[in-house]
Design a protein around this ligand. Structure first.
Ligand code: NCD
Length: 364
């Protein structure tokens, strides 16, 4: 069954098609009011969420469908020890499509492998968040009229901020994109995104710790929250939590056409005073998220009817390497095969298909 686990599961043509559908939905919502009549979306949220879950639910209601689900792990059978694979099989009996958020990296992928309905990754640990990226792409497109020839600054927690990982993967498909990575040394972009997305695709990028120095050249400033829940120590979070605060004074350094995006929720990284600046696009971005999720639900349900399948994993090694990332779903899911795929055959570099942790081949 075709699912959306990682933003690269969709081609650029498919992303364009989703953008066009989302624009049409926002202009002619009445055309879509019955598009999912009789269909059910299950929202399985094992981690807190406001926007993502509610925008999925609003999206399905506006398509004329229904919604069932839960919003915390404690109210599901996961608290009794049920595996992700079993939960996904069971939900397939009750719904036509599911959106899953989970603290373990790769959990939605495990769900997709055992479900018989499409699975949408609504955020897996610090790994990725493809539907937020769909909202980000629509926002950039609507605000600036293009998805190429852009300088995009990503600021804040680039280590654990899954929205940034997915956004950079998506932008690697478009022409002439420069990425400015603005983060404290402790929260720099993970190496797998840097080497396997930015460098592999020959993208222009720079790393800096200074927001003030970076702002003047940016077309898009993508602010992120320091992800408190992913830190091992609260002291480390306390030390880094005020790394960047966007204020009207800093906005004054930016181009008049610059746009500020933020997946939300914000804590203190954008002063409330910035909200009145017409370049602040984050609340419009939240509305775009609903239209994009409507387009996505329509696409995946249509493909399910046509019987489209997930792309197979190429160059896979099954149970030859063990993933030792404690945040990976392999650390908790019973009897899950550890699968690695080759990303560099010359240097024999493999990555876990669930969390993308790296291994250099040493057979066990
Ligand atoms: C983001 C997330 O969950 O990763 N929020 C969202 O989905 N809009 C960003 C965040 O929590 O900081």
């Amino acid at each position: 069954m075709r699912s959306l686990i990682d933003i690269v599961d969709f081609s650029v043509e498919e992303l364009d098609e989703l953008l066009q559908t989302a624009c049409d939905i926002s202009e002619h919502p009445e055309k879509y009011a019955n598009a999912c009549r009789g269909k059910k979306l299950a929202t399985l949220f094992f981690e807190p969420s406001t926007r993502t879950r509610l925008s999925f639910e609003a999206a399905m209601y506006e398509l004329g469908g229904n919604v069932l689900g839960f919003s915390e792990a404690s109210s599901s059978s996961a608290s009794k020890g049920e595996s992700v694979a079993d939960t996904a099989k069971m939900i397939s009996c009750y719904a036509d499509i599911m959106a899953m958020r989970h603290p373990k990296e790769g959990a939605p992928y495990v769900a997709a492998k055992s479900a018989s309905i499409p699975v949408i990754n609504a955020g897996d640990g610090g790994h990725c968040h493809p539907t937020q990226t769909l909202a980000d792409l629509l926002t950039i497109y609507r605000e600036l009229g293009r998805l190429d020839n852009l300088t995009i600054g990503c600021c804040g927690d680039l280590k654990y901020g899954r929205t940034v990982h997915s956004l950079i993967s998506a932008m690697s498909r478009y022409k002439n994109i420069k990425v400015v990575l603005i983060a404290p040394d402790e929260l720099r972009l993970p190496k797998y995104v840097k080497y396997e997305v930015l460098e592999k695709n020959g993208m222009d990028y720079v790393e800096t710790t200074s927001l003030e120095e970076a702002i003047p050249e940016l077309d898009v400033l993508y602010m992120t929250r320091i992800q408190q829940e992913r830190f091992d120590s609260f002291g480390e979070y306390e030390r880094l939590k005020d790394s960047y605060v966007l204020t009207p004074e800093k906005m004054a350094l930016g181009k008049p056409t610059m746009r500020v995006l933020h997946p939300l929720p914000r804590v203190n990284e954008i002063s409330v005073k910035v909200d009145a600046d017409p370049r602040a696009a984050y609340f419009r971005q939240a509305l775009n998220a609903k239209h994009m999720r409507m387009a996505l639900i329509l696409k995946l349900l249509k493909e399910a009817e046509e019987g489209r399948q997930m792309n197979p994993v190429e160059n896979a090694l099954v149970n030859k390497l063990r993933c030792d990332n404690p945040r990976c779903i392999t650390s908790t899911e019973q009897e899950l095969e550890h699968i690695f795929r080759c990303v560099d055959s010359e240097r024999e570099i493999y990555r876990c298909i669930y969390c993308e942790s790296k291994k250099v081949l040493t057979l066990v």
